[in-house]
Structure formats: C-alpha cells, structure tokens
Design a protein around this ligand. Structure first.
Ligand SMILES: [Zn+2]
Length: 315
C-alpha cells in the first residue's frame, strides 16, 4: 500500500511540475518558399516546426501545389508568405486546405519597387489565363524584395513579431534571436556595399535569366538586364530577344548568369550570340539544398556577390 501511495504522490507531483503541453509543443509554421523558411528557423530555433512549400532550387512563380502542401497548411499555426504577388497560387491553396493558420506577409512595411514600363510589358506578354479562364493579373510591383538586405531585416522583424504573438511564452527568445540575426544581416549589407564599391560604376552590368535582382540593383548600384520578366514564365518574343542581344553586344556586357531555379537553354543561346561568358549560378528566388553553395539567406549573398564581381570584372 505504501508503495502505491508513493507512486500516486510521484505522479501528482509530476503533473504539477510538468509544464503544460501547449508551451512545449513547437509552433507549426509553413513558409511559402525556402528563403522565408531559413529566416523562420533563424528566429524560432527549436521552438517551431518549419515546413517549406517551394523547396531548394524551386520556382515559386510557376509552382503547382499538391495534396501534401494542402495538408501541411491545414495543420499550420502560422503561414509566412512573401506577398507582392510572388505566390499567385497561395490564396487558392489556403482556401482548399481549410487552414486556420494566422498569415504573416513578410514583406509588409518595405517600399515596394514599381515595375518599369519595359518590365511591365515583358511581364504582361507572359500572362495567359488560369485553368478557370480568369486572366492572370499583371504585376504592379516587383516581389523580389529580399534581394535588398535592408528589406530582409524588415522580413525578420515581421516574422519575429508574428511568432511572439502566436507563442507569447517564448516571445523573449524570438526577440533575442531576431536581434542577433538582424545584426548579422546588417553587417552583411555593409560588406556587400564595400565589395561592390571596389568595382568601377561603368562595369556594374549583368545579364540574368529573369528580373529577380531589381531590389539588389537599386540597393547596391548594379544594372541587371533580363530576357524574362518578373514572373519567370514569360517566353520572350524573337524581337525582344534580338533587342537584348544587340544591347549586350553594344554595351560589351560579358557577365552572364543563369539562376538556379530556371531553364538554362535560353541563356546559353544568348551567351553564344553575344560572346558573354557564363559566370555560373546565381541564387535568386530559392536557396540551394543543404551542402550546396547557398543553403541559407545569408549564404546566398556570400555566394552571389563574389560571383557577380568576378564576372563584372570582364565587362
Ligand atoms: Zn522571380
């Protein structure tokens, strides 16, 4: 009998001492693409289970979600998205999944880059109709805001705020993690500026697959020229391609890059036509897999910037 009483006491004490399950359960976060997934992991540490919808080397613009993505979203507490028209498939997926997740738009509060007339024209060329017959909306804004590290800081602040609100018990952890991560991103921003400042202004021109580097170009003073529009799906017309080839020859641009999430064939043709040299892979809309050259948001800049500079030296 004494033994049973002791066991009951131990059990009762265990129930009192054990923290409530809710506080120990990680927050279930779904991030729309790999770069946001990395930011969430930096802020949340082990306090969140992170599922990424569009994984490494994936193209978010043309992504087609499946049943596994809907069920990940159905279970989620928090959905982190880029916004600015980057995930045109997400509203429909969220509705189909019946998710009750709270949304956080990571780009909220940045100054969005308006598309230039030429960018808008190229983008509109590429838009058709979706499966329900609705015309796909043309973009007003450039969604690739994370390519300016100062915007990356805003993304991290938004993510940390949403995590703290969802899981107030760990709010201090999220704030502290976000602060040290933001410090890292601010140092990286300074490094990008000082590296690019070493290159004469007239050499700072690059050809890339699609218009993913508008924010990078504005922030760090590099001109990017692309055959594809903002959305990556558009096929350029023969005339548009010929105009681009002329410009590359005229301005003697040798720096050419193929983005990790895009079809390389068109860029190989441009390289052949113009004598521009393939500078390697740039990571624009997706990270590399773990073990690759750009498995994190910060590593993406540490890979892209020296590659860009080496290629632009040849201009
Ligand atoms: Zn893109």
């Amino acid at each position: 009998m004494k033994n049973l009483a002791t066991r009951c006491l131990v059990l009762a004490l265990a129930l009192i001492i054990a923290p409530p399950t809710r506080a120990t359960e990680p927050v279930k976060v779904v991030a729309s693409f790999s770069i946001l997934g990395d930011m969430v992991r930096n802020v949340a540490g082990s306090n969140a289970d992170v599922t990424v919808l569009v994984g490494p080397d994936g193209d978010t613009h043309s992504f087609e979600p499946g049943p596994a993505h809907a069920s990940a979203l159905a279970d989620a507490d928090l959905l982190v998205l880029n916004g600015l028209g980057f995930e045109p498939w997400l509203i429909r997926l969220a509705a189909a999944s019946g998710t009750k997740a709270k949304y956080v738009t990571a780009s909220f509060g940045i100054s969005p880059r308006h598309l230039s007339a030429a960018e808008r024209r190229r983008d509109e060329d590429g838009h058709g109709h979706d499966e329900d017959g609705y015309p796909e909306a043309a973009q007003d804004f450039d969604p690739h805001a994370w390519q300016d590290l100062r915007n990356g800081v805003t993304y991290v602040q938004n993510i940390a705020g949403a995590l703290a609100e969802k899981d107030p018990d760990n709010a201090l952890v999220y704030r502290a993690n976000a602060e040290s991560y933001i410090l890292e991103l601010k140092k990286l921003d300074q490094w990008v500026r000082s590296e690019l400042a070493k290159l004469p202004k007239e050499k700072r021109k690059v050809i890339t697959t699609h218009d993913a580097f508008g924010y990078f170009g504005n922030a760090y003073g590099v001109e990017f020229i692309s055959p594809l529009g903002i959305g990556s799906m558009a096929e350029p017309s023969a005339q548009a391609l010929a105009r681009l080839v002329d410009q590359v020859r005229r301005e003697k641009i040798r720096a050419l890059f193929i983005e990790n999430m895009s079809d390389p064939r068109m860029m190989e043709t441009i390289a052949r036509e113009t004598g521009a040299e393939d500078g390697g892979t740039l990571y624009s809309d997706a990270l590399s897999p773990a073990g690759g050259p750009a498995p994190t948001y910060a590593a993406m800049f540490r890979h892209n910037v020296p590659a860009l500079i080496a290629a632009m030296h040849k201009n």
